[in-house]
Write a new protein. Structure first.
Length: 216
């Protein structure tokens, strides 16, 4: 397994605490960094057959404040453009494998938005649409496209690592791994905690859920 990220100190800690895991410095907002990562991975780890697009930022925005525009631009560059660039870079390598996968990490908020984070929601909705199109285009290849759709999880996103309303990270990861094992052909991986968002429109609860996320 190769873990990539921008924070070298965190990558060093992962290497120390988890022997056998390789790390790589990668900034998905920088095309040169992606090109370097692609060259390194495909030459050093030619057996690599799964790409997980997990990079993302989530910040609150006041759309009445012109100063919020840089937040929106950074969010689009990281969450959406980063995923598209990574897929574009690695797909030629993956389609040459007998069995491969692209795993894109979306969010339950792509189905019902959290109004405090409008651009984050929009990028995740775009990731869902991109994943759907990518899956169709890769139908005749050996590459499976999987979208993992998290609910609110106890991570540092929006400072919710201690939130009682968020799902414990360990529980989320455990359920995801179980679903991947028991539903190997699934296009979407949905833990129970996210289904009220995923199916809100179909179940006629969209307005109620949106109101709840709005704090009303």
């Amino acid at each position: 397994m190769i873990v990539a990220g921008r924070r070298t100190e965190l990558l060093d800690r992962i290497t120390t605490e988890h022997p056998g895991i390789e790390t790589l410095v990668l900034d998905v907002t920088d095309p040169a960094s992606i090109a370097h990562a692609h060259k390194t991975v495909t030459s050093t780890y030619p057996e690599m057959n799964v790409l997980v697009n997990n990079a993302g930022i989530m910040l609150a925005e006041n759309l009445l404040d012109a100063g919020s525009l840089p937040i929106a631009e950074d969010t689009v560059t990281t969450n959406l453009l980063g995923t598209i660039r990574m897929a574009n870079a690695f797909l030629p390598h993956l389609v040459a494998k007998d069995n491969a996968a692209v795993v894109n990490v979306g969010s339950g908020l792509e189905f019902v938005p959290l109004p405090a984070t409008p651009t984050y929601n929009a990028t995740k909705a775009a990731i869902h649409s991109f994943s759907e199109s990518l899956r169709v285009q890769l139908t005749e290849t050996s590459v499976q496209v999987i979208e993992v759709v998290p609910p609110s999880v106890r991570t540092t996103l929006m400072g919710q690592q201690d939130s009682e309303q968020a799902m414990p990270l360990e529980d989320f990861l455990s359920e995801v791994m179980t679903l991947l094992g028991t539903q190997p052909d699934a296009g979407e991986i949905l833990v129970e905690n996210v289904k009220f968002l995923r199916h809100a429109e179909a179940e006629g609860t969209y307005g109620k859920v949106l109101s709840m996320l709005s704090g009303h």
